[in-house]
Design a protein around this ligand. Structure first.
Ligand code: RIB
Length: 303
């Protein structure tokens, strides 16, 4: 049976400003370029799954405005089922400052994302039960994320939580997460430990794995990523590429990872595949628009 993924999360319209450095306090800095387009961690992850050919449904909210039209339109154009995206209020926004090496500073305005309710989830609970994977992030109300995890904890559905932006989440809930993905700052927030080296990331990954009892991935941007499960912890270096924009690279990584799992790849193969896919993403400007399609990654898939 074809594996279906349900992404319950945010849709943001991204305003990406390319600039040489962040301004100092009180300084007006002249930037180099503006890129606008679809973003939001939820929509990004859905976009990457769909671009790789997975049947993907997006559950979330956008505004009754032109940004909302653009977000729904672009997801639908790449094959995401957007019939579960409701329209209310004003669309969430991402304001991203991208530096010459591709690294970014990001802020979001929650907008309609914050209006997703438990009732919205309950209305489509039967459809959600058909999914093989549910992917969640933390740009929707915290209690909705927790409700979804609790609601489907006894099902066959694999629950993937990207705890970004990092929020406190109880051990009681985390134990039902099949795959937890966090970057270094989110791992540091969750454990209260500094995460600046591969060794520290491995230690915090192990600590988090003790809580979930399942698989934990700590991503480290240009340094790569670490996967920890009950048997092992394995470090995967990132590919050395000419990075121009890392916006959404973590989301591209997660989408590719879930695609790999849906195809029955071994975890190690999924990590290598996701590393390759996100390396392609950072070499192009923009968010979702820079994510590769299945055709673009076919070379990697035959390895
Ligand atoms: O992960 C990148 C995303 O974070 C951006 O698209 C922005 O909208 C924020 O949600």
């Amino acid at each position: 049976m074809t594996k279906r993924v349900a992404v319950i999360g945010s849709l943001n319209y991204d305003i990406i400003v390319k600039q040489q450095r962040m301004p100092h306090q009180g300084e007006t800095f002249i930037a180099d370029a503006l890129i606008q387009g679809p973003g939001g961690k939820g929509a990004n992850q859905a976009a990457q799954c769909a671009k790789l050919g997975m049947p993907t449904m997006m559950i979330g909210k956008v505004g009754q405005d032109r940004f909302g039209d653009a977000l729904v339109g672009s997801l639908a154009a790449i094959g995401v089922d957007t019939s579960y995206v409701k329209r209310i209020g004003s669309t969430g926004l991402g304001v991203v400052h991208v530096m010459p090496d591709g690294d970014y500073y990001s802020s979001i305005l929650k907008g309609a994302n914050e209006l997703l309710t438990i009732q919205d989830i309950e209305e489509i609970a039967e459809e959600l039960k058909e999914a093989s994977f549910i992917i969640l992030q933390q740009e929707i109300p915290h209690h909705v994320t927790e409700h979804v995890i609790e609601r489907f904890k006894d099902s066959q559905i694999q629950i993937v939580l990207n705890n970004a932006p990092a929020r406190s989440i109880s051990k009681n809930i985390l134990q039902y997460v099949d795959l937890l993905v966090v970057n270094e700052s989110e791992a540091a927030y969750m454990t209260g430990q500094p995460v600046t080296t591969i060794a520290e990331a491995t230690e915090t990954g192990k600590e988090l794995q003790q809580i979930t009892g399942n698989t934990v991935i700590v991503t480290l941007g240009k340094e790569g990523s670490i996967v920890v499960n009950s048997k092992d912890s394995i470090y995967f270096p990132a590919k050395k590429v000419n990075a121009v924009d890392a916006t959404g690279a973590g989301d591209s990584f997660i989408g590719a990872l879930v695609y790999g799992l849906s195809q029955g790849f071994l975890l190690e193969e999924c990590m290598k595949f996701a590393t390759e896919v996100s390396a392609i993403t950072v070499m192009k400007e923009g968010g979702q628009d820079s994510f590769p399609t299945k055709a673009e990654v076919s070379r990697i898939l035959v390895i």
